[in-house]
Design a protein around this ligand. Sequence first.
Ligand SMILES: NC(=O)c1ccc[n+]([C@@H]2O[C@H](COP(=O)([O-])OP(=O)(O)OC[C@H]3O[C@@H](n4cnc5c(N)ncnc54)[C@H](OP(=O)(O)O)[C@@H]3O)[C@@H](O)[C@H]2O)c1
Length: 203
Amino acid sequence: MRGTWAAASAREPWAGGNDVEIVDRNPEDARALAEELGGAATAVEPGAPISGEVVVLALYYGSVLEAIEQLGDQLAGKVVVEISNPIDFDTTDRLTVPADSSAAEETQKLVPGGTPVVKALNTTFATTLGSGEKDGTPLDVVIAGDDDAAKDKVASLVEAGGMRAIAAGPLRRARQLEHAGFLNDSLQKPLDSGFGSALKFLS
Ligand SMILES: NC(=O)c1ccc[n+]([C@@H]2O[C@H](COP(=O)([O-])OP(=O)(O)OC[C@H]3O[C@@H](n4cnc5c(N)ncnc54)[C@H](OP(=O)(O)O)[C@@H]3O)[C@@H](O)[C@H]2O)c1
């Protein structure tokens, strides 16, 4: 996907020297981003096989269903990372998912059977992801999921990018993470931080 988050995530350090495949519903956008990124980034035509082990849905939650329908069985056997903050943009006052669920849990219901969904990076703004740090401090990336091996894989990517991975427990912790991301978004005006703030846990 050629969006803001996708472009930032494909750059060091999050990509951590790994190969990056870019899939977009508009193949021209994927090719343009791959060219812009150079190095190990390549564009994958819609419907063509994805060789990577981890697929990040760098999409608004409203597009996730469409993308999963398009990707279909290509997601089988991958780890799917769901990064959205499903904010109701009409009111900017609530999330669009049921209170007893989350975008990540709803996504888990849509992917091919046995494909683990991991919630991560929804509190990490694209502007900070590019460097992996804020004011010299590595970013915290909180990870939730029901499959330990899948979470470990995502944690390895996060750590390879110089950030701190924090395991938050099962996928239902995504409910709290999505509210944390919502709050982080809501604070941009009072903080005057231009989507450059970061949530940090001091311990
Ligand atoms: N930006 C951030 O700092 C940030 C931080 C944390 C979390 N997030 C989350 O990241 C997600 C993406 O945000 P963003 O800022 O990157 O948004 P964005 O710049 O608007 O990018 C969204 C991208 O999704 C693509 N897309 C939509 N439907 C698609 C489909 N069915 N198949 C493939 N691609 C599709 C769009 O392509 P088209 O150009 O073709 O429409 C666009 O390139 C959101 O859920 C947001 O909550 C963002």
